[in-house]
Every structure is written in C-alpha cells, then in structure tokens.
Design a binder for this molecule. Structure first.
Ligand SMILES: C[S@@+](CC[C@H](N)C(=O)[O-])C[C@H]1O[C@@H](n2cnc3c(N)ncnc32)[C@H](O)[C@@H]1O
Length: 232
C-alpha cells in the first residue's frame, strides 16, 4: 500500500496525547464508558492506530484494522490482534461475528461513511453495538481544525490568544474529513438503526480543555469529543 495519512505520525500522535494528559484522560473516560464491560466480548477496532486507548483496558479480545503500518505495529505490541493492514473499505469482514465494532476517531479520516458502516453492521451479532467516537465538525475543536486546515497554519493573527498551547498536529487536522454528528446519525438511520445513545466530553473551549480532566455527560450537542452508540 502507498503512504497512509498517519504514516510518520505514530510517535507524534501518542506524544500529543501524553503532553495533553488531561484531555487524554477525558477522552479515555468516554471511551471506557461507551465500551462498558467487555469481559467475554469480541471487539473490532476500525482504525486502531497505535492502540493507545486500548493499552488502558484488556485488549486480549480486540481485533484491529489499520492502514498505517507505523501505527499498527505499536498496536500489536500493545496486545491488539491486527487482522489487516489496510483500509476498512478494502476488507471483507465475516458476518455476525463481533459484539462491538468501534471507530475511535477514524471516521474523521473517511470520505464515504455509508458503505463502511453498512459493512460493520453486517459483521455485528444481533443486538451488537457500533460505536463511533469523533471530534464533531460542528464543535469548537472542529472549527479550529477546519480553520487551521484552510489557513494552512494555526499561527495566524485570526487565532491569536484563542489556541491551546499544544494543538493537534496540523497535518492530521488537515487530512481529516470532519463530519457532523447528525451526518453520521442520518447515515445510520438510513441503514435501519433505531436505537441510539449519545455521550460526550471536552465541553470546555479548547483553550482550557487540558486544565483538568472532564466528566462524561449524556448527549452530543456540546462536546468536543462525542460517542454515538448504535444498536443493531
Ligand atoms: C485519529 S486516529 C485514531 C487511532 C486510534 N483509534 C486511537 O483512538 O488512538 C485515526 C486512525 O484511523 C486510521 N484510518 C484512516 N483511514 C482509515 C480507513 N479508511 N480504514 C481504516 N482505518 C483508517 C488512521 O490510520 C489512524 O490510525
């Protein structure tokens, strides 16, 4: 495969979270909340990256798919069973196999979500859960990344005094295809999903997000990191 969006960024990606420790803790709380008790369950992480979040939970039953070898090799060391180095679009998944399939931040790097979610729903057992965690396009973080992307810098007078100390790497913000939460909900509704739950974190403005870890709350209309739980 050719160069992937995250190739060359594996260290920077993990390092950014480690430097933004409180932001990471807030996202990790959301991640753990929405996965719930995974004992005895079979999980698939689509775009598992370096397996950073999974390194804080029991990853022994987690399969992963990851296009970036740089990222995936680290995930393997962290205990994820990487079943494919490639794009989810190019993978055949077995029917009715997983209890939970989740996309932690990876939908934000995919153009056409419908075929990918459709494929994932087929691979879920009955009543299984498709869980989508992302920075919503409509959030303050989404605006910040899109402004950075269009200016090709965060270091601009428009953003003076408004930026967090260590913003997400510009190249990764710029390669994102930022979707709104409602866009994803509508895709899932078109695929027949009726039961949804929503949770969010990173409610504070980005400038203050890393001051202290935040709690998880219900809903999706305020957070800079939002989880959709869709039941098959
Ligand atoms: C923001 S990172 C999240 C990584 C990891 N899930 C985490 O939470 O730390 C997005 C990941 O999605 C992967 N990705 C991008 N496009 C993808 C695709 N079409 N299929 C599968 N994974 C993809 C990237 O390589 C990257 O590792």
């Amino acid at each position: 495969m050719g160069k992937q969006k995250f190739d060359g960024y594996a260290d920077k990606y993990d390092e950014w979270f480690m430097k933004n420790e409180n932001l990471f803790t807030s996202e990790l709380r959301l991640f753990e909340k929405v996965l719930g008790d995974i004992t005895g369950k079979k999980l698939l992480s689509v775009g598992c990256g370096s397996g950073l979040f999974e390194s804080y939970i029991d990853s022994s039953n987690i399969d992963g798919i990851e296009p970036s070898e740089d990222m995936g090799r680290i995930a393997e060391k962290r205990g994820i069973n990487v079943i494919k180095y490639g794009l989810i679009e190019d993978v055949d998944l077995p029917d009715e196999t997983y209890d939970i399939i989740y996309f932690n931040g990876s939908s934000s790097y995919m153009e056409d979500l419908k075929p990918v979610y459709e494929k994932s729903l087929r691979a879920l057992k009955k009543n299984g859960k498709l869980i989508l965690l992302d920075v919503p396009k409509e959030s303050a973080f989404g605006f910040m990344y899109l402004l950075g992307k269009s200016l090709n810098t965060y270091d601009h007078e428009f953003l003076e005094g408004a930026m967090p100390e260590l913003p997400y790497p510009l190249a990764l913000a710029s390669s994102g295809v930022w979707h709104t939460t409602e866009e994803k909900i509508n895709v899932l509704k078109e695929l027949g999903i009726k039961n949804f739950d929503f949770y969010q974190t990173l409610i504070k403005n980005p400038l203050y997000t890393n001051e202290e870890p935040e709690e998880v709350s219900e809903g999706y209309k305020s957070g800079g990191y939002v989880a959709i739980i869709a039941e098959k």
